[in-house]
Design a protein around this ligand. Structure first.
Ligand code: PSV
Ligand code: MN
Ligand code: MN
Length: 427
């Protein structure tokens, strides 16, 4: 199934009078404060968020998986799904592949297919957290940190192979997430495991093309419950610093213990020029991978407040970060969930752009926490939904993507094409 502009235009036409009214209201309010609404709209339009290939199917819990039907069965179909999302919201212009779940067979054909949907290939992800059927050594006791050099070699080679796939497709970065760790005190030598991980990463880093970046994720626990080799941003930063200029930390929002001040982590990494990218999701307990903004929209805004400040700082050494969603679960339609996630990210970004930075700095200099809070919350409480909708409409996308998804019967069409029992590869 493909969505064409005419379908979107006719849906937009019906919603237009309402939209006009609310867009005019916010435009007047913002222009009155000296904020250029058209500039904001353009910024939102150019903010593209990559969709992970593994989020297009319903995710599982460890107790079961309940696929909803019409899930993509091949890489081509995953690209089709991201193409549908991008047609609806004009904000999901890239796909991130996970190897070996998404090994491209015919590179030229896959590239052409993605181009036909106006999609780019974002970071490629390696997978040394599962054993594959044809693999010689097991990752049961780790991969890049393993005590056995042969296991480490296998994991390094896998990463090098992922880089080759990414290179062929036009990706420019590798994201490494390691499950490596231990579940029982005494099981693993912390220092040696970290050293071996660093040494393995050095080999992978050396195998990256000169214009590639490496993103290193961290996560405090799961699948192991006593220690994780790359447990926190500090450990990731330490590795990235030792590896070199093109290695960075990647912040996955779900990879923090409750109440962690993630916005402070963002600020610190940006100060160091080491924030490479993001995996957006939301959570209440741990790595829940819930829809972005479903639980803590204010935290998301505060994170964007730091991101915007860091990006606007002319002296910042931090490169433009890579934006990606890493959410997937088993209750919602995965595509509707992704539409909601993209919107939540755009809302937080737009609200952060509204913050009066000079006034905030003045309040900080004057040690005035009341005023600082007023300034932040004035931006956070501004309803920027019409602005995001306008950005979409100007880019030929839907004023209301979730409603359009339903009105165009996207899922029903996909079920008809792919069957009720189709199941995407992934976790
Ligand atoms: C691990 O929890 C993670 O966040 C990593 O990014 C993985 O690559 C991804 O989820 C998919 O399992
Ligand atoms: Mn992640
Ligand atoms: Mn995760």
């Amino acid at each position: 199934m493909r969505i064409d502009k005419n379908q979107i235009n006719s849906l937009n036409k019906k919603a237009l009078p309402d939209h006009r009214e609310s867009f005019e209201y916010i435009s007047q309010r913002l222009e009155g404060k000296g904020i250029s609404v058209q500039k904001l709209v353009q910024k939102v339009q150019s903010f593209q968020i990559a969709i992970p290939s593994w989020a297009l199917g319903t995710g599982g819990t460890r107790f079961g998986r309940f696929p909803g039907g019409g899930e993509p069965r091949t890489l081509e179909e995953k690209i089709d799904d991201v193409g549908l999302l991008h047609a609806l919201n004009a904000g999901s212009g890239a796909i991130s592949l996970h190897i070996p779940w998404d090994i491209p067979k015919d590179i030229a054909q896959i590239k052409a297919h993605a181009a036909s949907h106006k999609l780019l290939f974002d970071a490629v992800n390696s997978n040394t957290f599962q054993d594959q059927a044809d693999q010689e050594h097991s990752y049961k006791f780790g991969s890049l940190c393993h005590t056995d050099a042969q296991v480490r070699k296998q994991a390094v080679n896998h990463n090098l192979e992922v880089i080759r796939h990414g290179e062929a497709l036009g990706s420019k970065s590798l994201t490494v997430w390691l499950a490596d760790g231990s579940s029982f005190p005494g099981q693993m030598n912390f220092r040696k495991a970290l050293q071996r991980t660093l040494d393995s990463l050095k080999e992978i880093y050396a195998g990256m093309p000169d214009d590639w970046k490496m993103f290193i994720e961290y996560k405090p626990y799961e699948p192991y419950f006593y220690h994780t080799v790359i447990q926190d941003w500090g450990t990731s930063h330490l590795l990235a610093s030792q590896l070199g200029e093109r290695a960075y930390t990647l912040v996955d929002l779900g990879h923090h213990l409750p109440n962690t001040n993630i916005e402070q982590i963002v600020a610190t990494l940006m100060m160091q020029g080491k924030l490479g990218g993001f995996h957006f999701n939301d959570s209440k307990f741990g790595d829940d991978d819930l829809t972005v903004g479903a639980m803590k929209p204010y935290q998301l805004f505060l994170i964007f407040n730091e991101l915007v400040e860091g990006m606007q700082d002319k002296e910042s050494r931090n490169p433009y970060p890579a934006w990606m969603i890493d959410a997937s679960h088993n209750l919602k339609d995965p595509m509707e969930d992704l539409l909601q996630s993209v919107e939540a990210i755009q809302l937080a970004y737009a609200q952060a752009l509204l913050v009066d930075r000079q006034a905030l700095e003045d309040a900080r200099e004057a040690n005035d926490p009341v005023l600082a809070q007023e300034i932040l919350q004035d931006a956070f409480r501004t309803d920027v939904r019409p602005l995001i909708a306008e950005a979409r409409m100007q880019a030929d996308a839907a004023l209301d993507p979730v409603a359009a998804f339903r009105k165009l019967n996207v899922r029903e069409n996909l079920v008809r094409e792919r069957g009720k029992k189709s199941m995407a590869t992934g976790l």
